[in-house]
Design a protein around this ligand. Structure first.
Ligand code: AMP
Length: 187
């Protein structure tokens, strides 16, 4: 089965956890822009050095950098059998760019899973996760930066009739059970 999927939701909503479960169950490629940037930072590549100042403050890396990374990744042949995009698109300009990249490959997104939870839940989950870039100030800024943008992206895909909203206040397994039902109905 070939699924082209976007995981949408604010930081801390559990996208990464669900992504891990999806790739295990469906043997599908996971493309996380956050992971790509973190790896580049660890390896101190040119990209990593550029991305660091934005990531350290919880701001978005500029589209010129991010879109190029995603285009390069999606043009690799291992994506032909499907993929999960996690952390991209983060704004409408990235969403439109993604359409363009996929159009060029005569391809399109099948479904957008939109995970939602209360702001307090997200803050608590990010504190528990305790990543280096997860100080309380950065967490709050990251939610602020992403909230409006995420709503706009949800609208963009709702208009295309491919948005599926999932209540992510529940347990990991309950959420995944809903995810599976949706994915099993794609092909
Ligand atoms: P994440 O792991 O998805 O929460 O991403 C961590 C950080 O990487 C974000 O706070 C941004 O600084 C950067 N980042 C990840 N994905 C994107 C994106 N699509 N556009 C811009 N910046 C991004």
């Amino acid at each position: 089965m070939s699924i082209k999927l976007i995981l949408l939701g604010l930081p801390g909503v559990g996208k990464g956890t669900q992504a891990t479960k999806i790739i295990t169950e469906y043997n599908i490629l996971h493309i996380s822009t956050g992971d790509i940037f973190r790896k580049a930072m660890t390896n101190k590549t040119t990209l990593g050095v550029k991305a660091k100042e934005y990531m350290d403050s919880g701001n978005l890396v500029p589209d010129e950098i991010t879109n190029g990374i995603v285009e390069e990744r999606l043009n690799e042949s291992d994506t032909d059998n499907g993929f999960i995009l996690d952390g991209f698109p983060r704004n409408i300009s990235q969403a439109k760019e993604l359409d363009k990249i996929l159009n060029n490959k005569k391809s399109e997104i099948d479904m957008v899973l939109y995970f939602t939870a209360k702001k307090e839940t997200l803050i608590n989950r990010m504190i528990e996760r305790g990543r280096n870039d997860d100080t309380i100030e950065v967490i709050k800024n990251r939610l602020e930066v992403n909230n409006d943008l995420t709503n706009k992206i949800a609208d963009f895909y709702r208009d295309k009739n491919i948005l599926k909203e999932i209540d992510a206040e529940r347990s990991v397994d309950d959420i995944f059970s809903d995810v599976k039902k949706l994915l099993d109905n794609i092909n």
